[in-house]
Design a protein around this ligand. Structure first.
Ligand code: GLP
Length: 263
């Protein structure tokens, strides 16, 4: 695990945007795994700015982590809509190559299986972007999700429903189920890039990085990944016991001299 600690949220976002841009510069037809949530909004703004400066997504392909069951792509709180508004409508990605599971599919289990097959057909994911749930979830893999799970239907926890309540008119409207890439699907990505900012993520970040590998904190499986980069701001890093070491290895959140290919 490469743990990069940046002074501010803005610096963390800029560092993560640079990692994504580097991936696209090295491999313009990269398969990107994308995420949603509040953390990603400034990141997508940073990518839009880089696109205006010449970064192209024209040959890339993308797969989002998840979607709420029951929401059609034009629902204001759907992740389809979020992605169009936050990113897709502002860059040159081919909309036919920007994939999300359909929350309104008549058979959600079949949709999940087909989505998984589509990822495999695309040759797998080069760079998977991840946010962190306050309870340690990645995608919508809530605590106790199998660490080898595949794309499937998950029941959301009440805490996740509350955390996402702001996107809906009232709490009753927050869906109870989602289709999400599995933990196993996510960790097959060749590079995982998780971003967590703000004090509300400090406990989950500490459990993910320094706690035991456990389905109780699905993000902790990234400890087993050959190439996982964790980008934190100082608030999200505030409960780490070994932050001095991470900062010694990666001063200012930059690569160490030995780090090509991950640590
Ligand atoms: C949702 C998404 C996750 C995201 C999490 C954190 O539950 N399914 O992919 O990481 O929210 O979101 P935020 O960045 O808003 O804290």
């Amino acid at each position: 695990m490469k743990v990069l600690i940046l002074d501010s949220e803005a610096d963390a976002i800029d560092r993560a945007a640079e990692i994504i841009a580097e991936t696209l510069r090295e491999k313009p037809d990269a398969v990107l795994g994308l995420a949603t949530g509040g953390t990603m909004i400034p990141l997508y703004e940073a990518l839009r700015a880089r696109h205006e400066d010449g970064l192209s997504f024209a040959k890339a392909r993308s797969f989002n982590l998840d979607e709420y069951i029951g929401l059609a792509p034009d629902h204001p709180a759907s992740y389809h809509r979020y992605m169009r508004e936050a990113l897709f409508d502002h860059i040159d990605i081919d909309p036919a190559r920007a994939h999300l599971p359909r929350g309104d599919a008549p058979d959600a289990a079949a949709e999940a299986e087909a989505y998984e097959a589509l990822i495999t057909d695309a040759g797998g994911i080069d760079l998977q972007l991840l946010g962190l749930g306050r309870n340690g979830h990645i995608g919508f893999n809530e605590p106790t999700s199998s660490l080898t799970s595949r794309t499937r239907v998950k029941t959301l926890t009440e805490s996740t429903r509350k955390a996402n309540r702001g996107y809906f008119d009232d709490e009753a409207q927050v869906p109870r189920f989602a289709i999400t890439m599995g933990v196993g699907t996510i960790t097959e990505a060749r590079h995982c890039l998780l971003i967590a900012t703000g004090a509300a993520k400090a406990a989950a970040a500490a459990a993910m990085i320094e706690g035991p590998i456990s389905a109780a904190c699905p993000a902790s499986i990234l400890q087993m990944h050959r190439r996982a980069t964790i980008v934190l701001d100082r608030d999200a890093a505030s409960e780490l016991k070994l932050s001095g070491y991470y900062e010694h290895v990666h001063p200012g959140g930059q690569d160490s001299a030995f780090d090509r290919g991950g640590a």
